[in-house]
Design a protein around this ligand. Structure first.
Ligand SMILES: [Zn+2]
Length: 402
């Protein structure tokens, strides 16, 4: 069994130990030590990284796991034989970040339990942010904005109090009398963490020395998740970096919109409304322009009884083109072979007996209904379709009774 040095001192970045076992797995070489300050992945907190050195050789520690016998295994990139004395160095920055997030999670879970009666089920400590899943006594899956603010303010006020955080292994009698937030999941060697008077629960993780060293908490979201509420948050240095990033984005957006940050939402809303209005006007104008072009290309002679328009236009928005087509075929006796860039639209009024779906499939890619089909093809496809109609439609009547 490995002596876990982080239990006594969560800020112990360097230590000496001895290799007591080794094994080779698919993912690499692993060694177990008699004592280690490396934290193995457990309880939602990721493993530590760092180095183990021996006789001037330095091995990278890229993963750490604990086994059922209580040994802590370190994945290393060098062969270190059993019996070797090694010097370990932990990546303190990574561990400090983990402790800030993990400590903040305890404080948040404690506050939700105390203020709202919510039970925290699981913790996920991610690379960007962390989350807890909370089950509410009334089964609801959301929190109000006021509740989120209250929780955040409560936790931050308690962080500022800089209350001591203590971890210990109580005896059976003492354990039974402790006011724990929830029942321990293990029965032996139960380790307790107490954060001031705000949080007390069983936990084998690493914790800051006092609440002040969590720095701060910022709740990012509280969303429904499988009947529970998933609360996503950041703490400590991550909260500071996130605030800086948000401020930079807000200032840049403010510069673009020439307004102070607090007016961003209203100015962006106003701009969006003006843009929608401008788009409506442009679309109206564009619809008229396309309709005009279609009419200019009308041919009432080639096909007996109907007016055919073969129109080729440069690329333009799909919306006004669709509107122009729809308006054109409302008039009786009309057939239209339209290409806009590489978009084809073949359409006809309801009294004309041409299967546009079939026709578009013969000259390009696409399909649709007998009266309105669309697809893709080079602009000349419309001209080819006209020739097909003229060749195959000699002497036939194009109008049908409706
Ligand atoms: Zn913990």
């Amino acid at each position: 069994m490995t002596e876990r040095l982080y239990y006594e001192d969560a800020y112990l970045w360097e230590f000496d130990g001895k290799v007591v076992a080794e094994k080779t797995e698919k993912d690499g070489r692993w060694i177990a030590l008699d004592r280690s300050a490396f934290y193995p992945t457990s309880g939602g907190q990721p493993y530590d990284t760092g180095t183990l050195s021996r006789n001037g050789q330095i091995a990278e520690v890229t993963d750490v796991e604990a086994d059922r016998e209580g040994y802590v295994w370190h994945r290393v990139n060098l062969e270190i034989p059993v019996g070797s004395e090694v010097h370990g160095c932990i990546d303190g920055e990574r561990r400090t970040d983990h402790m800030e997030q993990h400590g903040g999670e305890h404080m948040l879970a404690g506050a939700i339990w105390e203020k709202l009666g919510g039970t925290t089920i699981g913790l996920h400590l991610g690379k960007e942010d962390s989350s807890i899943d909370v089950s509410m006594p009334d089964g609801r899956t959301h929190l109000t904005e006021e509740e989120i603010r209250m929780l955040e303010e409560t936790v931050n006020a308690r962080i500022r109090l800089d209350a001591p955080i203590r971890c210990w292994f109580p005896g059976e009698e003492e354990l039974a009398a402790l006011p724990l937030r929830k029942k321990p999941t293990v029965t032996e060697h139960v380790r307790i963490v107490a954060m001031g008077d705000f949080e007390m629960v069983a936990c084998g993780g690493t914790h800051p020395a006092s609440t002040g060293r969590i720095g701060q908490i910022k709740v990012i979201s509280a969303l429904p998740s499988r009947g529970k509420i998933r609360i996503t948050f950041v703490c400590g240095g991550r909260a500071e970096r996130m605030f800086r990033l948000y401020m930079q984005c807000a200032h840049k957006a403010g510069n673009v919109l020439s307004c102070p940050v607090e007016k961003l939402a209203s100015n962006a809303g106003e701009l969006k409304a003006r843009l929608a209005d401008a788009e409506r006007r442009v679309n109206r104008y564009e619809t008229e322009r396309i309709l005009e072009a279609i009419r200019q290309n009308e041919d009432a002679e080639s096909l007996k009884g109907i007016t055919l328009s073969v129109t080729m236009l440069e690329e333009t928005d799909a919306k006004p083109a669709a509107e122009a087509v729809s308006r054109y075929i409302q008039e009786d006796g009309r057939a239209l072979l339209l290409s806009v860039g590489e978009r084809l639209t073949f359409a006809r009024s309801r009294d004309v007996d041409i299967d546009m779906n079939e026709l578009i499939r013969r000259v390009g890619r696409g399909g649709g209904r007998p009266d309105l089909a669309s697809g893709a093809g080079i602009p000349q496809c419309a001209e080819v379709a006209r020739k097909i109609l003229m060749t195959e439609g000699k002497n036939r009547a194009w109008r049908k009774k409706i």
